[in-house]
Write a protein that binds this ligand. Structure first.
Ligand code: SAM
Length: 215
């Protein structure tokens, strides 16, 4: 899915990610329990490249890029290879799993020579941090966001549900929470490209989410 804030929504259907065998080159296998609790599915290079192509080029701007749930940096790697040569990039990568941080740093380090890049890695929970940022109203905003968010149900009584509600986001899954928050952190005319399941397209559970992303 690609979105330009307040402007248009475009969807592309991908077959199951499992059909794409090619792994991100820097990724060794992760611990499987942790992997599933944090929804650590790596975006294959072909898909990451395709996602990077969906951003509309804009000349002369500094790109302020957000990856909320960066893993080892597969999406950032693709984005920087595609857009890094001609733009200055100020990148913010959230990743909650400290086991992945060294690899993420390594990915960014490898790309440093290719572009005018400033980067910061934030190891706190993206949902907590983004909600604080939105409540405060004076935190960082982004021109671009690229994400393959974690997919996990949010219980009605959970901490996430409560804090999301406090910024007007009513949703039942982490993927839609990540998407809504990233969208809310975009500047006007910012662009967002994300892989998400199509469960949001119908049914009452995602009604508020649909309303939120189309408002
Ligand atoms: C589906 S993976 C995508 C990884 C990488 N962006 C990619 O495309 O290969 C989602 C990532 O989000 C991270 N994550 C999960 N919950 C998070 C949270 N609350 N805050 C920040 N990162 C989180 C996971 O550790 C995982 O690396």
């Amino acid at each position: 899915m690609s979105l330009e804030k307040s402007s248009f929504l475009q969807t592309h259907r991908l077959d199951s990610l499992r059909d794409f065998e090619e792994p991100f080159a820097l990724v060794p296998p992760a611990c499987s329990e942790r992997k599933s609790s944090l929804c650590q599915f790596v975006t294959p290079t072909t898909i990451a490249d395709f996602m990077s192509l969906l951003f509309l080029p804009r000349r002369g701007e500094t790109i302020r890029l957000l990856d909320a749930g960066a893993g080892r940096g597969a999406l950032l790697h693709a984005f920087l290879r595609r857009h890094g040569e001609n733009s200055r990039i100020d990148l913010t990568a959230y990743e909650i799993d400290e086991n992945l941080i060294d690899s993420l740093r390594q990915t960014l380090h490898l790309l440093r020579g290719q572009s005018s890049l400033r980067s910061r890695i934030i190891t706190t929970d993206f949902v907590d941090d983004a909600v604080l940022n939105l409540r405060d109203g004076s935190g960082q905003r982004f021109t671009h966001a690229i994400l393959n968010p974690p997919y996990h149900k949010i219980k009605n009584t959970s901490h996430y549900r409560k804090i999301l509600r406090s910024v007007g986001i009513e949703t039942v899954n982490l993927y839609s929470a990540f998407l809504s928050l990233s969208l809310a952190l975009l500047e006007p005319l910012g662009q967002l490209v994300a892989i998400i399941p199509r469960s949001f397209c119908n049914g009452p559970y995602y009604r508020s989410f649909r309303k939120f992303i189309s408002s």
